[in-house]
Ligand binder design. Structure first.
Ligand code: SF4
Length: 929
């Protein structure tokens, strides 16, 4: 072997020490990724040297919760492991800037924070003077940064501006869950997945979107669970399943109903569960198809007292309103009974269950197979497994609801689970999303002054209101009364947090789109506006945003309207933008919306400020992200920025003589002391102080254990929640958090027999509302997706891509290097051949709404007739900045404007119409110019 020269040895030593130094550090800090990442909540260790991040990695410190169930480690994904490269990316905003050219021209000048805030303040005051405070709007966004929500909520609520409801903004709503349960968002802990015997991956792609949690699916499979992936495309999650069901896009209701029909046909129904938990035994009159209620029998009867047919006595009996327990009654699921009405006439009535059986006759496995494309034998085989095992359905963030008829799909899925007794027990149920538990966060946005005494007074006052509602109706549970209080506080969506579709209808051009009969449900009996106007005339949405006032000020803090809004950049730029006199975007990077703003204000990214993971029963942990490094250049956290804005508004208001004004509800507001009220008289000199108080406030509401503090979370990186706290959505989980057990929602309904917050107080499959009869949707059924976008042969599906969390990392170079580096459309090779286009060719995707250009990726994983565009891409990643949302009409289903009926009433994140995007029609052609 030749001797090595001294220079070679020295060179190798230098290389080695460089390699070893790469992993040397002088400080380690807890981190996570709280912006845009849900459910996330991965505890990370972030390593720094000389004040710079050198790397980050999964902590792996989460404990075993339930003996025999794997722990949650290692939680993390590639975006988290690369976050430090995102915060160092070229797209970061470093300084406040003001546009100097046309909006969207890309010409900016750097200005000071003071100048930016004063100019925006003048815009706000102009808007208040001209149109009123409701002319100031903001998206609630999915950037749930702790300080972003706190700052924006405090500022907007003090001024009287409007914030649009998150769930309609991005359609993460599950209308079918809501129709059935009176709440949309059951969420089990991720370790509860392990208990499933049958695990449906249905409207979900966890291999892309639930990377830290996917291992529970594999572990359940090792335990013996059957994994069933239902998706039109052979999705990246399909390879991890035992069964792959390539359902035709948008026909999932037929598949679920085919399985439900099998369960009935083969006598596999869990009758006790059905009788206790659902409305299926309740009597419906044959003459008018309405539930039999006590007011039918007696003048002084209760309008919401429903009846059963007692199989033992053959007589009708009232179904208790305060419990699901059957007591001495054995409710019949079939049969007919003659009932004498208060006017002396007699009608016959029969249980809903009989009507459901009649409906399911249209969905025998053979008939369902014709609709959904899955063989009848397979439908039967899976149905038997569902009936014999604990079945859980993972529907990632309510993708079913993103279809126009997603409510029907969800109601059909729930009917299958109801017939087989598959919720409220470990390893069962459906999944939606939840952001609650961390009550101190809400308190931080609402407290008029600092300190625990203020929190206790607010909490006690809140409980007093809830107790008052229970006193009005002692049959209500705490959950129901809290939901009722939340509905009353929401004020019908008139102020504060509002359902956005009314803003879009009146100010963004959607009135024309939604009135396109050919893009709507083919069975819609009347024009869209008939329903829209009727819903307002009947007061179902009284007071929601109207034509006046016109929007004037738009502050984007946490959202990205021009990327994400269905209907797209062009709809907003054409219709809404000209009405806006001041547009300011707070972001850590240049987004599509920032590019079209008047001002961009740089915010500190995670690791540059304190933040907490979006709190949820998914992991049941309050996850902490510390301030690892100082904010880049002049970036600030959002609480600080809204503080500067509050000072500027107060100062400019005084200078301009606008001290007080009234909002639309007649409440007088004032501006001269805005900063003092916003900051609780400077009660929180540091973000540490505010974070500590939020944690301690959450102890008061019972969601965090005694002794919790910023110090304790800083030590461990997370704290496990011990209670659901005070929030209606959290209480809607209807289950106790136990220290040594996985979490399953709705156990209180199933084990304690607590009623549901629906009209019938049961999981409700029969909706006897006039409009539901018009639609023939009083019971679940299948309807084809309408031809939204025009009569085109291809149907667009979507989902989150693998390389970003929403859009947060979508321009991160490291992530881009892990794929083609740009957006692409996935298409079946046969469809491509028919259009004479080839792999990687830039094509035009078009329909009646518009078009955009993108490279093709040919893959047999897509069905013929299906095209897949994963979302999150910024419009500026496409030629001419036209992106996928520009061809999505964002249709809303007219039926979701229904109200005046039991639980069909708005409250934040709950019942409201939300624009659809899945199933939009389009075609693809060669680019010739
Ligand atoms: Fe976990 Fe989200 Fe961070 Fe990925 S980005 S590691 S999922 S918190």
């Amino acid at each position: 072997m030749p001797a090595q020269s001294s220079s070679t040895v020295l060179g190798r030593q230098a290389t080695e020490s460089k390699y070893r130094d790469r992993f040397s550090y002088d400080k380690v800090t807890w981190g996570s990724h709280c912006i845009d990442c849900y459910p996330g909540n991965c505890p990370y260790r972030v390593y720094t040297r000389n004040g710079e991040i050198v790397w980050e990695e999964q902590a792996g410190t989460l404990p075993v919760i339930e003996q025999g169930v794997p722990d949650m480690n290692p939680m993390g994904c590639q975006k988290g492991a690369g976050w430090s490269s995102t915060i160092a990316g070229g797209e970061r905003l470093h300084f406040p800037a003001r546009r100097v050219g046309e909006r969207g021209s890309g010409k900016w000048e750097r200005i000071s924070w003071q100048q930016a805030c004063e100019e925006i303040a003048d815009g706000i005051i102009d808007g208040i003077q001209e149109q009123g405070p409701e002319s100031m709007i903001a998206l609630s966004g999915c950037n749930m940064s702790t300080w972003g929500v706190t700052g924006r909520t405090r500022f907007y609520s003090l001024i009287g501006g409007l914030t649009t409801d998150l769930n309609a903004e991005m359609n993460d709503f599950s209308p079918g869950h809501y129709l059935t349960y009176g709440k949309f968002d059951p969420v089990s802990s991720i370790d509860d997945w392990f208990h499933a015997d049958v695990f449906f991956i249905w409207f979900s792609n966890p291999a892309y979107t639930r990377i830290p949690h996917q291992h529970y699916i594999t572990e359940a499979r090792y335990r013996g669970a059957t994994i069933v992936t239902v998706a039109p495309d052979y999705s990246p999650s399909a390879m991890h399943a035992d069964y792959y069901l390539p359902v035709k896009p948008g026909t999932d209701a037929a598949l679920a109903l085919g399985m439900a029909a099998t369960v009935i046909e083969e006598g596999l129904v869990n009758e006790v569960f059905v009788k206790e938990q659902t409305d299926l035994p309740l009597l419906v009159r044959d003459d008018n198809q309405r539930f039999l209620v006590e007011t039918d029998l007696r003048e002084d009867g209760h309008p919401e007292q429903f009846f059963w047919l007692d199989a033992t006595t053959g007589a009708i009996a009232p179904a208790p309103r305060d419990t699901l327990a059957l007591g001495a009654v054995d409710p019949a699921l079939s049969g007919s009974v003659a009932v004498k009405l208060k006017d002396g006439s007699t009608v016959t009535a029969r249980p809903v269950y009989e009507r459901a059986i009649a409906r399911l006759a249209d969905y025998t496995p053979e008939k369902a197979a014709e609709i959904c494309g899955i063989e009848a034998a397979t439908i039967r085989e899976i149905a038997r497994k569902v009936a014999h095992g604990r079945t859980k359905t993972l529907g990632s963030l309510n993708n079913a609801g993103k279809y126009y008829h997603g409510d029907l799909i969800e109601r059909s899925q729930l009917l299958l689970l109801a017939l087989t007794g598959n919720w409220g027990k470990k390893g069962t149920g459906v999944q939606a999303w939840l952001a609650a538990l961390f009550d101190g966060w809400l308190m931080g946005a609402a407290k008029p002054a600092a300190g625990p005494e203020v929190t206790k007074a607010l909490y006690n006052g809140y409980q007093g209101f809830v107790a008052g509602i229970r006193a009005e109706d002692p049959t209500m549970t705490q959950e129901m009364a809290t939901i009722e209080f939340t509905k009353r506080s929401a004020n019908g969506g008139k102020t504060g947090w509002v359902p956005p579709v009314f803003l879009w209808y009146n100010h963004a051009g959607y009135d024309k789109t939604w009135n396109r009969a050919d893009w709507n449900d083919a069975d819609m009996p009347r024009p869209f506006d008939d329903y829209y106007n009727e819903s307002l005339e009947k007061g179902w949405w009284a007071g929601v945003p109207d034509k006046n006032p016109e929007p004037r000020v738009f502050i984007e803090c946490g959202g990205n309207a021009l990327r994400r809004t269905r209907g797209g950049r062009k709809m907003l730029l054409t219709n809404l933008w000209p009405k806006l006199t001041t547009i300011a975007t707070m972001d850590y990077r240049m987004s599509a919306t920032a590019l079209h703003s008047d001002y961009v204000l740089p915010i500190a990214a995670q690791y540059e400020k304190i933040s907490f993971g979006i709190p949820s029963t998914h992991t049941l942990n309050l996850t902490f992200c510390d301030r690892v490094i100082p904010p880049i250049d002049e970036a600030k956290n959002e609480v600080e920025i809204f503080g500067l804005l509050s000072k500027a508004v107060a100062s400019r208001a005084k200078a301009r003589g606008l001290v007080t004004y009234k909002d639309a509800t007649g409440v007088e507001r004032r501006l001269d002391d805005l900063y003092e009220r916003y900051s609780c008289n400077d009660a929180y000199p540091t973000e540490d102080a505010m974070a500590d108080e939020m944690i301690k406030d959450t102890i008061i509401t019972g969601a965090l254990p005694e002794g919790s503090s910023l110090e304790t979370v800083r030590e461990k990186g997370f704290i496990r929640f011990t209670g659901l706290g005070m929030n209606a959505r959290a209480l809607g989980q209807a289950s106790e958090i136990e220290p040594d057990s996985t979490f399953t929602p709705y156990r209180d309904h199933v084990e304690k027999k607590w009623p549901y917050p629906t009209l019938t107080r049961r999981a409700q499959f029969y909706i006897d509302h006039d409009w539901f009869f018009e639609a023939d949707e009083q019971l679940p059924r299948h309807k084809d997706p309408p031809k939204s976008g025009g009569d085109y042969p291809l149907l667009i599906t979507s989902g989150h891509n693998r390389w970003s969390v929403h859009s947060a990392n979508i321009v991160n170079k490291m992530m881009l290097q892990t794929h083609r580096g740009e957006p692409h459309l996935i298409m079946n090779p046969s469809d491509a051949a028919a259009r004479d286009v080839v792999d990687n060719e830039v094509v035009e995707v078009f329909n009646d709404m518009g078009s955009y250009r993108t490279p093709l990726k040919l893959s047999p994983s897509a069905q013929p007739g299906q095209i897949i565009m994963y979302n999150g891409w910024e419009p500026y990643q496409f030629p001419n900045w036209d992106g996928p949302s520009d061809i999505e009409p964002g249709m809303i289903k007219w039926l979701h404007l229904a109200g005046g009926y039991g639980h069909l009433k708005y409250w934040p994140n709950q019942w409201q119409p939300a624009p659809a995007c899945r199933g939009t029609r389009a075609d693809v052609r060669k680019v010739t110019t």
